[in-house]
Design a protein around this ligand. Structure first.
Ligand SMILES: [Cu+2]
Length: 161
């Protein structure tokens, strides 16, 4: 076993660009090497890659069950959101879930400085419906809006830090 191949820094870089997994395995199987030390350093890398892959799927969440970390908004009776203020959430990709506890159709769009956030709209058609989608947000204050005619009362703020 070539000692140089078991250099931590080297192994991490090679695994990162995905071209040298066999070298990584050789390092790990070196009985004299720091097998567990290396695994500890590599594990968080794989964990974060796994998270990214999970975020890429565009599947609709099952009714009222959202992925961990989802910011959930509920439409309640009398044409209202369940809160006047939401957040704060961290800037970046935020998954927003929307649940209908009311008996009519509602939507959810976002606006910042009176400009609508493009390509984002949640729709919950009836009682028990749920919808969710990821959206990329920057720091600031957003307005949550239901754009169904007559629902102008449905406004809330979302703080993004
Ligand atoms: Cu509404």
């Amino acid at each position: 076993m070539d000692a140089a191949k078991c250099d931590f820094t080297n192994a991490v870089v090679r695994v990162t660009n995905g071209t040298c997994r066999s070298t990584y395995q050789q390092c790990c199987s070196d009985p004299r090497g720091s097998k567990f030390g290396l695994m500890k350093r590599i594990a968080p890398l794989f964990a974060s890659l796994g998270l990214l892959a999970a975020c890429g799927s565009g599947t609709t969440a099952p009714t009222t069950t959202f992925a961990p970390g989802t910011m959930v908004v509920t439409a309640v009776q009398s044409l209202k959101f369940d809160a006047a203020e939401y957040g704060p959430v961290k800037a970046g990709e935020v998954t927003i879930g929307y649940v209908n506890e009311d008996s009519v159709r509602h939507t959810l769009i976002l606006a910042k400085d009176k400009v609508k956030v493009p390509n984002f709209k949640l729709v919950i058609a009836q009682k028990g419906s749920a919808d969710s989608a990821p959206v990329t947000l920057e720091k600031g204050t957003y307005t949550l809006i239901c754009d169904v005619p007559g629902h102008t009362n449905m406004k809330a703020t979302l703080t993004v830090e």
